[in-house]
Design a binder for this molecule. Structure first.
Ligand SMILES: Cc1ncc(COP(=O)(O)O)c(C=O)c1O
Length: 359
């Protein structure tokens, strides 16, 4: 007799990560593979962070403190928000899933842009809610008016990814704040700021100050991107203490591990290094955007650490051709578009050279 999995499971498409370096190297017989597919930092963690991780190893026989008081205090000081409004987790993916499981149920719905980060759909469907995807506008940006119109009486969550993955575009701070103001106060607005550290546009504004004061706003952040700690899985959110208490009913204990906590606390102390990396990312994005546009490729205006580029009918063939010479890029929706992470200067030049060969 077959096992009785929940009957709606077919509606949930498993998260599809970018292809792994080792697997591509083995499949294509390559010595060197450059991954530009998962929006990771092309640089290793800061040296002080590596040292902090090494120091924390000897304490691994103990469970970490479930409240992570040091990390919470460090984040509270860093952002100037009350410690009781900070919620930590095993990177922002976990926070998103737990939020979905806590806030959705049969008879509820969640609104988010499409294409956007796939976790919003997974979290909604895992919570038995109805997903209400709203197409981006012609400039690949969130269409906030259409998203407002999509909100129904049964909507409990609205997700805004700013800057948006996979399109790299942002919505202006004033526009986003007006949108948040326009929503019913019993709808939780989750502003996913995984890429906010990279945004340099003058009209970009983090919604952290709103999350620090309004109970229906949550901002999620991660150590996976600019802090170069994707492998350790540390993220956090700022929102109402009552919501955090609700989320913790479902969240696994100790979901930030001891090494992750030590690394994150140390990483926050090195904002000079963060600024350097943001600057080199901006240079890489400018180089990729200019070079691709010069080659006739449509590229969205990026405020993130990746570009969204339209290659039309050639996208699949180019993805394959790039793999054969050791560059992994990410096909993203809709068909014909690729997402390319800004690697190091050398990696970007190598990628552009390889692409020119194929074009
Ligand atoms: C928009 C967005 N949010 C959240 C995440 C999740 O990152 P993490 O779980 O590593 O914090 C990602 C990862 O790529 C992302 O693109």
């Amino acid at each position: 007799m077959p096992l009785r999995f929940r009957p709606d499971l077919d509606r949930i498409e498993a998260y599809r990560p970018g292809r792994a370096i080792g697997e591509v190297a083995a499949s294509y017989g390559l010595d060197r593979v450059i991954k530009l597919a998962s929006n990771e930092s092309p640089e290793p963690p800061f040296p002080e962070v590596t040292a902090a991780i090494a120091r924390a190893v000897s304490g691994l026989n103990r469970y970490p403190d479930n409240a992570r008081p040091e990390l919470v205090q460090a984040l509270a000081r860093f952002h100037g928000v009350p410690a009781e409004r900070i919620w930590t987790g095993s990177a922002s993916n976990e926070l998103m899933l737990i939020t979905g499981l806590t806030m959705t149920a049969p008879g509820t719905s969640a609104v988010f842009a499409w294409p956007s980060f796939s976790l919003y759909e997974i979290a909604t469907r895992a919570g038995f809610g109805k997903d209400l995807p709203v197409p981006l506008d012609a400039d690949h940006r969130h269409d906030l008016a259409a998203m407002r119109a999509a909100v129904r009486p049964d909507t409990t969550i609205v997700y805004v990814c700013n800057p948006n993955n996979p399109t790299s575009t942002h919505v202006a701070g004033d526009e986003l704040e007006q949108f948040i103001d326009s929503l019913p106060k019993d709808v939780l607005v989750v502003v996913d700021e995984a890429y906010a550290d990279f945004a340099t546009a003058s009209d970009f504004r983090s919604m952290l100050p709103l999350a620090a004061t309004r109970d229906n706003v949550m901002v999620t952040r991660t150590f996976s991107k600019v802090y170069a700690l994707a492998g350790l899985r540390v993220g956090y959110a700022v929102t109402a203490p009552e919501s955090i208490a609700a989320f913790r009913r479902i969240q696994l204990p100790f979901s930030v591990n001891a090494l992750g906590e030590a690394a994150a606390i140390e990483a926050l102390r090195h904002q000079d290094r963060v600024r350097q990396r943001v600057a080199s990312n901006a240079a890489g994005i400018a180089r990729l955007t200019t070079a691709l546009r010069a080659a006739g490729v449509a590229v969205a205006d990026s405020q993130a650490n990746f570009v969204y580029a339209g290659f039309g009918v050639r996208a699949a063939e180019l993805t394959e051709g790039l793999l054969r010479v050791g560059y992994i890029v990410r096909p993203v929706p809709p068909q014909g578009w690729l997402r390319i992470t800004a690697g190091t200067e050398e990696e970007i030049e190598g990628f552009l050279e390889a692409l020119r060969g194929l074009l």
